[in-house]
Design a protein around this ligand. Sequence first.
Ligand SMILES: *Cc1c(COP(=O)(O)O)cnc(C)c1O
Length: 366
Amino acid sequence: MIKFLDLHKINNRFREEFKVSFSKSLEDSYYILGNNVSNFESEFANYCGTNFCVGTANGLDALTLILKGYIQLGKLKKGDKVIVPANTFIATILSVLHADLIPVLVEPNPNTYNISVDAIKKNLDGVKAIIMVHLYGQLCDVESLQQLAKDYKLLLIEDAAQAHGAISKYNNSKAGNLSHAAAFSFYPSKNLGALGDGGAVTTNDSELVEVIKLLRNYGSTEKYTNKIIGFNSRLDDMQAAFLRIKLKTLDADNERRQEIAKLYLMGINSSKIKLPFYEGANNHIFYTFVIEVGDRLGFTKFLDLHKIEWLIHYPIPPHKQEALQSFSDLKLPVTEAIHERIISLPMSPVMPNEDVQKVIDVLNSY
Ligand SMILES: *Cc1c(COP(=O)(O)O)cnc(C)c1O
């Protein structure tokens, strides 16, 4: 069996370091917002090139707290419209709804799968913010989006949950430092994954940081003093300890993913398969390697027969989900076509070359 993503193998590389950290935490007995959180926050801000990082409980909360933070600061108000890609993981859209804002779903570019700047321009009426999602690990057309945000005085927010460490080819800035504020998820399967839930906001906006630090902790920075109506959405100290260890290997892991992507791109030559768009640069860190096929059901049976694991990111577009029925009448043909054809191949930093070759050989016999 060729695993889609061998999380045990990924994390087992750090077993001894994890144990040391765990023992130290057990000794220190400081479980909530301890030194591991503050140290991880400065290390991750430093890694992303931002002035600030605030840990949160997960990626959805990171997004939601950015939006609620801007509402608190008066830069957004309830009912404002926020542009989001139509073909994202549902969390992006949920964050807008949880902040009492209105999501405007916009079609992607069918080659990069990232939000289409032209499509945004047709939907700008009443819009106050854009959330760009660096889908599958590939940065959006950041330069155009930054220009657009500037021209129309919009807030630009990144959903960087799939793009830890991706680097812009225009100015060498990293994901997390390409907008006014960025949200990360450290869900175990992400390129930087914890051993449980975790998330973070990165930004250069000191006012926003102060508000998010309040929001994540009951509106409080001083115990039992509550300044605003907050939540409980703190990054767990033990998870922060694990993330500090794994952050050191993130760049090497991303390089290995790019190496595998290049092997796939060179090796797979079936005319029935559409390969992903990749410029060969560091602006894509291959959270997933997504191909398109016409007969997806037949193709998945073929992969099952050859014992190759696969996943679909994602099988149902958000506007066709039962939870988002009010969006079900939207006409989003590009998004719907993509969701019917995409399938993700095995991809991970611990995947050996022989497994990559086996996948290539099987696909070429399809
Ligand atoms: C994983 C993910 C999220 C949400 O992260 P959680 O930590 O699971 O809340 C948000 N957006 C995108 C694009 C994601 O892939």
